[in-house]
Design a protein. Structure first.
Length: 210
């Protein structure tokens, strides 16, 4: 398993540029009630988090890349009030059942198998009863699946970062104590180097049981 320090360094390198690493509007589908307390896991430089703030919500973003968090803060002075925490997803520094909503967009695929289970358990732990988790993860149908150095089944290493490509039937067993309310695989076509390529993302909504 790659060391935590090596992965932090790899992510920090991604955020060294002058421009945001992740651009464009947040993905649709997140329903965040007024006054909700929300946590975004792996917030990076804020593509999704900036769409969550406002309407009296308490929003906290977590990432273990300090450079990603610095980049987010520098570009978000006028985007509303939120908190940022540098932390490892396997050991979240929050009380049990302290959030109404947890957002995990392209987060769980960046763990190797043992830590992925730990991170999933931590996400479920901090989600309050009747709380909702919004998940997006790369699908095994994506054009980039298998492109890199294999390190585990359906997991490759690229530029020092693990990428796991999910099957839909992996999601429910990963989150014990959460009910899978919906799941689908979104497929789109994008042009790369003049060639059409398939992009595929698993989109799921899970709810914590009573």
């Amino acid at each position: 398993m790659t060391s935590r320090g090596a992965r932090i360094e790899a992510w920090d390198r991604k955020y060294q540029g002058a421009h945001p690493r992740w651009r464009g509007p947040p993905e649709p589908g997140i329903q965040l009630p007024e006054g909700a307390k929300a946590l975004e896991l792996g917030c990076g430089d804020g593509k999704t988090l900036r769409g969550l703030v406002g309407a009296g919500r308490e929003v906290i973003g977590v990432d273990f890349s300090r450079k990603g968090l610095i980049s987010l803060r520098a570009r978000s002075a006028d985007d509303g009030i939120f908190q940022l925490v540098q932390a490892d997803g396997s050991h979240l520094p929050f009380a049990t059942e302290s959030f109404d909503v947890v957002v995990a967009h392209h987060y769980f695929e960046h763990f190797e198998a043992p830590e992925r289970k730990e991170a999933a358990a931590e996400a479920a732990r901090v989600l309050g009863r009747k709380g909702i988790m919004y998940l997006r993860a790369f699908s095994s149908l994506d054009m980039r699946a298998g492109k890199g150095r294999p390190i585990e089944p359906s997991t490759i290493m690229r530029e020092g970062i693990p990428y796991h490509y999910f099957e839909e039937d992996e999601v429910k067993p990963l989150f014990r104590g959460l009910t899978l309310e919906s799941i689908r695989t979104d497929i789109s076509e994008k042009m790369f180097a003049g060639e059409p390529r398939m992009r595929a993302v698993i989109v799921a909504v899970l709810r914590k049981s009573l």
